[in-house]
Design a protein around this ligand. Structure first.
Ligand code: ACO
Length: 702
């Protein structure tokens, strides 16, 4: 049903332009003119109270006077007139509204924007915009916008949150030779948002990939859900990556988060491929709209130039698909199509005298070989070989190889003739780039897509309802006590309920209790003050470690209590935690934030200097599987320390991944109650020895 309604703005059979004008230069004129120029085949109804005819179409004073059905209404009247006109559209039975008009939420008029959506929804209409350029579709021959022309035809769709950028992209499709079937300006997203369009494009036969320029999402979770389900590649360029809200964030994790890292994590989890800049968005969109994913890690490069071969080799490593030498049989076959002094390794260098025929034969044979998961062909313009002949040879070889489901990218470096050859290749469905780096980066996008699709397709969160029940009781008790933070021991009980390995611990209110608990837990022990008013326990002289016997325990209890009283005479002292002393290992940190866009989010990093100075941390939107937690463990820069370097034993990364996954379940379950939590430090031992959450903190929502 929802998708049907979106047909009204993406595949309308009839369009009314409310505010159509006969005056050239006005947006209301340009939209009608664009519908004419793009040869839109549906009915066009200009609406203007003072005109009888506009650009050859009969004009109507009101939409209510239009004789036929109207699927979509494009608004080019000033903001103050919009509400009334929407009401009339509702009465007329219009289905979709494309509101080009500015002057709503973007200038603080959020009430006006809300009212507009309310009226539209009352009539079952959906709104694209306001504050947009419009909608352009090659397959519909529809330029319902004030952008100059339809883009160069292509197979992908692109949605932009910036109108000006959409126009710029539109025009540059011709110079970049990267076409799109549809361009959609999404503006203020008062109603239709990215998630709606992704869903629609995913089922649209004229769309093979979905490119997004995102400034900010309104509903991050919905975006993730829809993207995860999508069967077509999604490529996103996210702008505004400065650490928003970081300064305001009180906690460690908050200040380390920032939009870029959390968006990056959410994209990875949702299977959305990222673009680093506008050029990269074009490069990656082209490849993903034309080629299948790269389902293995073996990339073969064929070249006629050593220089571009080395550049491509460097790029392959940089973008995560490092080259390997091709197997003997692949090399033997390649050697048949190169001179004695060529190289059949990888890159396969056919040398500068390579003919179009050598290219064709080496591509034909290698592309079909099972070792090759993806092929990048490089060509430098030389006088002995015509670029178009090489292009035609490559295309013929690919077709004749009969191989489907393997990707190919091409880079031709040279002058006008290579430009023409590349344009021809793109028209044949082969992404071609004017530098080797882009061709390899595009292949890397196809590899990323394959990896993302493999990942966690079946993950569902474990049932943690009994852990949640225990946690809620502890939280309720703290709230009843008038507190908005759990004590360390309470936090550890919550962590424990979620399967996080905390050291044995108990709270002693008296010296006698302390000794009895210490005897039960077993020495050595650590003792720490418990007081809601004393957060920095060490500063207060409230921590004693390596207590070896009952006498030391008695002394430590009294010293800690006295130090705490002196430090803050008004503090409410609950007693002293008696805790099993965890042996030392590698320190890591887990933290959580409630991200404004994606909600509960977990952070992982190495502790100590790594987190303080290097900010070597990574994020994921909760909950996550152990598999994904394992990716977090292995993707931080200091991961080699956990893998074991310089004779050090590898650390228990499996136990760590399990702990992170359990922690993410806790963060997800308790998001309505807990504003922040951390486990800092968590000690990781050698493989098979597990981890220990030595300190736990949990701040409740006010
Ligand atoms: N129904 C239909 N037509 C009407 C009505 C009505 N109720 N009332 C007035 N009109 C007619 C007007 O008479 C006029 O036609 P005319 O030229 O024959 O007189 C026409 O509608 C347009 O109205 P104007 O008052 O002339 O409005 P104008 O064209 O100056 O501006 C516009 C309207 C373009 C919507 C403006 O308010 C606006 O929002 N501009 C910004 C749009 C924009 O940039 N959006 C994208 C942002 S992204 C980016 O930056 C690229």
């Amino acid at each position: 049903m929802e998708l049907d309604v979106l047909n009204a703005v993406l595949k309308p059979k009839s369009i009314a332009v409310i505010g159509a004008s006969a005056t050239p230069g006005k947006i209301g004129y340009t939209v009608v003119d664009n519908l004419v120029t793009s040869q839109y085949e549906g009915a066009v109804y200009p609406i203007n109270p003072g005109a009888s005819e506009i650009l050859g179409f009969k004009a109507y004073p009101s939409i209510l006077e239009v004789p036929g059905e109207v699927d979509m209404a494009v608004f080019t009247i000033p903001a103050k007139l919009v509400l009334n006109a929407i009401e009339e559209c509702g009465k007329k039975g219009v289905k979709g509204l494309v509101v080009i008009t500015s002057g709503f939420g973007e200038v603080g008029k959020t009430d006006l924007e809300r009212e507009m959506v309310e009226i539209a929804h009352r009539y079952g209409m959906r709104i694209l915009g306001p504050n947009i350029v419009g909608v352009l579709s090659n397959s519909m021959k529809m330029n319902a916008s004030f952008a100059p022309t339809l883009p160069l035809p292509g197979k992908g769709a692109l949605v932009s949150q910036s109108g000006a950028l959409l126009i710029a992209i539109d025009m540059s499709t011709f110079t970049r030779r990267v076409g799109f079937d549809k361009l959609v300006s999404i503006g203020n997203m008062s109603d239709i948002e990215f998630a709606d369009l992704i869903e629609w494009f995913d089922q649209d036969d004229d769309t093979t990939s979905i490119s997004l320029y995102i400034e900010g999402l309104k509903n991050g979770r919905k975006f993730m859900e829809v993207s995860q389900k999508a069967t077509k590649p999604i490529i996103a360029l996210k702008s505004g990556v400065s650490a928003h809200g970081a300064a305001a964030a009180a906690s460690h994790t908050g200040s380390l988060a920032g939009a870029a890292k959390v968006y990056g994590a959410a994209f990875e989890q949702a299977g959305v491929i990222q673009a680093s800049d506008l050029n990269n968005l074009f490069d990656r969109s082209l490849a993903l709209s034309l080629q299948p994913p790269m389902n293995g890690e073996n990339l073969l490069i064929i070249t006629n130039g050593g220089g571009v071969g080395v550049l491509a080799t460097d790029a392959a490593e940089r973008y995560g698909i490092p080259l390997k030498f091709a197997p003997e049989d692949v090399q033997a076959e390649l050697k048949k199509h190169m001179p004695e002094f060529g190289s059949a390794k990888n890159p396969a260098d056919l040398t500068g005298q390579a003919s179009a025929e050598w290219y064709e034969n080496s591509v034909r044979n290698s592309f079909a070989h099972p070792w090759v998961d993806g092929l990048t062909v490089l060509y430098c313009e030389v006088a002995v070989t015509d670029p178009m002949d090489v292009a035609v040879g490559i295309k013929r070889a690919i077709d004749e190889s009969g191989v489907k489901g393997k990707p190919l990218t091409v880079s031709f470096v040279g002058g006008e003739k290579t430009e023409a050859a590349m344009q021809w290749l793109v028209e044949q469905g082969i992404p071609a780039y004017d530098d080797p780096d882009s061709a390899v980066n595009a292949m890397a996008a196809l590899r990323e897509y394959a990896l993302m699709r493999e990942h966690d397709a079946t993950f569902t969160k474990a049932d943690t309802s009994s852990a949640k029940e225990k946690a809620m009781k502890i939280i309720a008790a703290a709230r009843a006590d008038g507190r908005d933070a759990l004590t360390e021991i309470e936090a550890k009980k919550v962590f424990e309920a979620y399967g996080l390995p905390v050291p044995k611990c108990d709270l002693a209110a008296t010296e006698a209790e302390a000794i009895q608990m210490a005897n039960t837990i077993g020495y050595p022990i650590v003792m720490k003050i418990v007081s809601p008013e004393i957060l920095h326990k060490s500063d207060a002289g409230g921590v004693k470690v390596n207590i070896k016997n009952a006498e030391e325990c008695r002394q430590a209890f009294n010293t800690i209590m006295e130090n705490a009283r002196n430090y803050n005479p008004a503090a409410n002292l609950h007693g002293v935690v008696i805790q099993e002393m965890a042996p030392w290992g590698t320190e890591v940190i887990l933290g959580s934030i409630n991200d404004p866009t994606f909600g509960p989010t977990v952070m992982f990093g190495l502790g100590g200097i790594f987190v303080e100075v290097l900010k070597d941390v990574t994020f994921r939107v909760a909950p996550i599987s152990e598999k994904r937690a394992n990716v977090m463990v292995n993707e931080i820069k200091s991961a080699p320390i956990l893998k074991g370097v310089r004779g050090e034993e590898p650390k228990d990364r499996a136990a760590l991944a399990k702990t992170i996954a359990n922690y993410s379940n806790m963060v997800f379950d308790l998001i309505d109650e807990v504003s922040e939590s951390d486990a800092n430090p968590v000690i990781v031992y050698e493989e098979g020895q597990g981890v220990s959450v030595v300190d736990a903190r949990m701040i409740l929502k006010k």
